[in-house]
Design a protein around this ligand. Structure first.
Ligand code: HEC
Ligand code: HEC
Length: 206
C-alpha cells in the first residue's frame, strides 16, 4: 500500500521535474525508490530488538563475567561465572544445574546446550546497561562477531535454536510463578526477522 503510494508520488515528482527542468533533484528522489522497503525493514528490526533485549534473551548475552537472572537482570546466584567457553568453570558448570529441559520443581530453567553467549555477542555494556538499537544491530550483522552468520543463518537461528525457543517456554521459578515472556510471539519474532533480512538487514543510525 505504502509502496504503491510512494510509487505514484515518485511518478508525479518525475513528471513535475521534467516540466520544470529541475530533473536532477527530483530524479534523486526517484532513485530512493526502495525507501519504503528500508523503512519497513527498520520497523521489523525494532521488533527484533525488542525481543533480543528482553531479559529472557539478554540475561545470556552479557558483557561481563556472569549470566543474569530474573526480569531485573540481577547477577546470577552462587557466584556463577562465565568460564573460558561460557559454560562455567569445572567446579560449577552450567550443565550441572541446567538440564535439557526446565526443572519446574526446583525452578532451574533448562534447554539443550545451556551456556553464555560469547562476549562478541554481548548486547549490553559492562555496567549491564542495554546497548542501543543501532549498536545491537551492528553487532548482530557483523560476521566477525556474530559467529560468521549471514541473514539466512540468523533467521534459522531465531527460528530453530533451542535456547531461543526456550524464551517462549521459560518455565517456573522456585516459588512456582511463571517467568515473563518476550513482548511478541515466536511466530511474530520469526516473521519480523524474515522481513528485516529480506529488506537487506538495515540498521538504524545512532
Ligand atoms: C548451582 C546451580 C547453577 C549453576 C551452576 C548455574 N545456574 Fe543458572 N540458574 C540456576 C537457578 C536455580 C536459576 C533460577 C533462578 C531464578 O529463578 O531466578 C538459574 C537461572 C539462570 C538464568 C536466568 C533465566 C532468566 O531469564 O531468568 C540464566 C540466564 C542462567 N541461569 C544461566 C546460567 C549459565 C550461563 C550458567 C553457567 C555459566 C549457569 N546458569 C550456571 C542455577 C544454576
Ligand atoms: C542460555 C543462554 C542463552 C539464552 C537464554 C539466549 N541465548 Fe542467544 N546465544 C547463546 C549462545 C551460547 C550463543 C552462541 C551460539 C552459537 O554461536 O552457535 C547465542 C547466539 C545467539 C545469536 C547469534 C548471533 C549473534 O550475534 O548473537 C542470536 C541471534 C541469538 N543468540 C538470539 C537469541 C534470542 C533472540 C534469544 C531469546 C529469545 C536468545 N538468544 C536467548 C545463549 C543464549
Amino acid at each position: 500500500m505504502l509502496s504503491e503510494k510512494l510509487g505514484l508520488l515518485t511518478t508525479f515528482l518525475i513528471a513535475i521535474s521534467c516540466l520544470d527542468g529541475m530533473g536532477s533533484r527530483h530524479l534523486e528522489l526517484a532513485s530512493r525508490e526502495p525507501y519504503s522497503a528500508i523503512s519497513e525493514g527498520l520497523a521489523a528490526w525494532q521488533q527484533v530488538y525488542s525481543v533480543l533485549t528482553h531479559p529472557r534473551c539478554i540475561n545470556c548475552h552479557t558483557a561481563g563475567n556472569y549470566p543474569q537472572q530474573g526480569d531485573d537482570r540481577h547477577r546470577h546466584l552462587f557466584n556463577v561465572v562465565r568460564g573460558p567457553a561460557g559454560k562455567g568453570v569445572p567446579a560449577l558448570q552450567c550443565a550441572t544445574c541446567h538440564q535439557g529441559a526446565n526443572a519446574d520443581t526446583t525452578g532451574v530453567p533448562g534447554a539443550h546446550g545451556w551456556h553464555l553467549a560469547p562476549l562478541s555477542m554481548k548486547w549490553q555494556d559492562v555496567s549491564d546497561r542495554i546497548l542501543s538499537s543501532s549498536a545491537v544491530c551492528s553487532a548482530i550483522t557483523d560476521r566477525s562477531r556474530n559467529g560468521n552468520r549471514n541473514g539466512t543463518a540468523l533467521l534459522k537461528h531465531n527460528q530453530e535454536e533451542p535456547l531461543v525457543l526456550w524464551a517462549w517456554n521459560p518455565g517456573r521459578r522456585a516459588d512456582g510463578s511463571l517467568r515473563a515472556l518476550p513482548p511478541i510471539t515466536h511466530d511474530q519474532f520469526v516473521a519480523a526477522t524474515r522481513k528485516w533480512v529480506e529488506s537487506g538487514m538495515p540498521c538504524p543510525q545512532e
